[in-house]
Design a protein around this ligand. Structure first.
Ligand SMILES: C[S@@+](CC[C@H](N)C(=O)[O-])C[C@H]1O[C@@H](n2cnc3c(N)ncnc32)[C@H](O)[C@@H]1O
Length: 291
């Protein structure tokens, strides 16, 4: 991330969610009414054009051609995670921790979350920008949203979460979406160990990239261009996991793997027939849920 500036990749995700939200109700996977509020130039203008019929189909297509798989993965997993959180609320989850929240607006748009405590944990530079945008569009913030600023590469969650009111004894859903790939090995390690201390019945849902994306980028379509775009915004990929090693990797940190779903699979789950054209893209993003 560039010092003093909000994460640009967090803004990319908000842009993808704004584009999806501009589609007619029968064709979109979710509606994120706040996504547009977080956008700056040129994404704000793109999202503005996306409300125009005709143009709203063109923009996603252009993005998919230039950065294969990226937008569709973010959109499908947004819905997947919305569904996972809704299911966990049925299981009496008492608190939601969103690590590296970026411009995630779930605390403000998902029914049921206003009844539990939500911790939005993020780098202070991104969080400052988010809070400013929220102040512009929401007259009041939900009572039980707590903002926690931290640099995962510099500090441990243990040093900030108890003071924010996090209860280790409460059943917790921890979401860590789109973040591990930007961190050091040590930061991922200490954060996972902190997650493993959550009370029984708690869930961690996190995304990671296949380690080969970092070590053999040539094997993945479009990775060169993606890396160049990430370098421009100062958010290079630094961490990946070999999927076959995931169960052991998690076990060493006190977690057991519940499921590990690749992007091709969850895109197909949500885009159905339309996934056929998207599925020709390389599989790059995965997520794992761990108890
Ligand atoms: C790609 S965005 C994902 C945002 C959001 N979770 C989503 O899925 O839309 C990456 C997020 O990780 C955060 N991040 C990156 N490096 C970080 C660090 N060292 N410490 C804390 N947060 C970090 C950024 O501020 C940003 O919000």
């Amino acid at each position: 991330m560039r010092a003093g500036r909000a994460s640009r990749t967090a803004e990319h995700n908000a842009f993808f969610r704004a584009l999806e939200s501009a589609l007619p109700e029968s064709r979109r996977l979710f509606k994120d009414p706040l996504a547009r509020a977080f956008l700056t130039w040129p994404f704000a203008v793109g999202a503005w054009f996306a409300v125009i019929p005709g143009l709203r189909e063109v923009l996603p297509r252009l993005i998919d051609n230039r950065w294969p798989g990226v937008r569709s993965s973010v959109v499908a997993r947004t819905r997947l995670i919305d569904d996972a959180i809704a299911a966990s609320l049925e299981e009496r989850t008492e608190q939601l921790v969103i690590l590296g929240a970026g411009f995630d607006s779930r605390a403000y748009r998902l029914p049921g979350l206003c009844d539990i405590t939500v911790f939005e944990v993020d780098h202070p530079d991104t969080q400052t920008s988010k809070r400013r945008a929220l102040g512009r569009v929401l007259s009041v913030l939900p009572r039980d949203v707590r903002f926690v600023g931290i640099d995962f590469n510099q500090r441990e969650l243990e040093s900030v979460m108890p003071a924010a009111g996090y209860r280790e004894s409460a059943r917790t859903f921890i979401l860590w979406e789109g973040v591990t790939k930007y961190l050091t090995d040590a930061a991922v390690d200490t954060t996972l160990r902190w997650c493993a201390r959550a009370s029984p019945g708690s869930v961690l849902l996190f995304t990671y990239v296949h380690r080969d994306v970092l070590t053999k980028p040539g094997a993945f379509i479009g990775t060169e261009r993606l890396f160049a775009s990430l370098a421009k915004v100062g958010e290079q990929l630094t961490f990946g996991i070999e999927p076959s090693e995931l169960p052991e990797f998690l076990a060493k940190r006190g977690l057991s793997l519940e499921s590990d779903v690749g992007a091709a699979e969850y895109r197909e789950r949500y885009f159905k027939d339309a996934a056929a054209s998207l599925a020709t893209r390389t599989e790059r993003w995965r997520y794992a849920a761990s108890f």
